[in-house]
Design a protein. Structure first.
Length: 279
């Protein structure tokens, strides 16, 4: 069994159940309940659901701030950034925790430990990234249908809202950022799966890791000067989008690739040193 067949087997085990679809719907729900606008006068936060309860979304706030581009950008924060590392990896966690020991040993012996570890990593990354892209993409489509574009309401502020990008590049950058975040969300769960099949460890530990990591980056960014703080904030999950919008897409992709290679090295190295198939 070569890498391609092993990869198909891993993907089949993750996608055969309705869990990926449920996870994508959960991502969509998280986008809908995330605050996308804060009233400057009262300081009250509004989500997409609360905005839609108003009679006219375009008149909800002054200055036409409730436009689809701002909503799409603001939704990828808060609740979504916090829980996406858990939601996106649920199909992978379910597949690993439900594995039959004898079948796993047979598959590893036929494909080889390197192909097995690599295919598991690739399948986890692709599944997690696809779930986040699907859920976030559904929210983007929903927002496009329900809210006006900045080009329709105030074309003079379009350059500031779109960060001097075209409409097509804006949407492409959002989906690219979602794909990278989804891919990175799978790495901690994959590394833990090499050592343990405990589903609680594969979900709780990555959640705590990303929470403390983003909190640390936010604290560090506030502790430096404004210019240095902006650079430090790019290392947070939400900073991936800002980096892409600032023309640093290549560096983001390279950094994500390095992290995936490190995860693959950890997985292969550990499997090569064990003869019990990690049972």
């Amino acid at each position: 069994m070569n890498f391609n067949k092993c990869l198909k087997t891993q993907l089949y085990k993750m996608l055969i159940s309705p869990v990926p679809v449920i996870c994508a719907i959960m991502i969509f729900g998280l986008c809908c309940i995330t605050n996308v606008y804060t009233d400057a006068d009262g300081g009250k936060g509004y989500s997409v659901l609360t905005i839609l309860l108003l009679r006219d979304p375009t008149e909800a706030v002054e200055g036409n701030s409730v436009v689809r581009e701002n909503i799409i950008r603001a939704a990828m924060s808060s609740w979504l950034i916090m829980f996406s590392p858990v939601v996106c990896v649920l199909p992978f966690v379910k597949s690993v925790s439900a594995e039959n020991s004898s079948l796993k040993r047979f598959e590893m012996q036929r494909s080889g430990k390197i192909a097995f570890a690599a295919s598991r990593l690739v399948s986890a990354v692709l599944t997690s990234a696809a779930i986040l892209c699907l859920g976030y993409g559904l929210f983007v489509i929903f927002t496009v249908i329900m809210f006006p574009s900045v080009m329709d309401t105030n074309s003079h502020s379009a350059a500031a809202v779109l960060h001097s990008m075209s409409i097509g590049c804006f949407y492409l950058s959002r989906m690219a950022g979602a794909f990278i975040i989804g891919a990175l969300s799978a790495l901690p769960a994959y590394i833990i799966s090499v050592f343990s099949r405990n589903k609680y460890m594969m979900t709780c530990i990555p959640f705590m890791f990303f929470y403390f990591y983003n909190t640390l980056i936010n604290r560090l960014s506030k502790g430096f000067s404004a210019n240095v703080g902006k650079i430090v904030s790019l290392f947070s999950f939400n900073g991936i989008f800002r980096a892409i919008e600032n023309g640093m897409t290549v560096y983001v992709i390279l950094a994500a690739a390095v992290l995936m290679i490190l995860a693959a090295i950890i997985g292969v190295s550990f499997l090569q040193r064990r003869y019990d198939c990690c049972e």
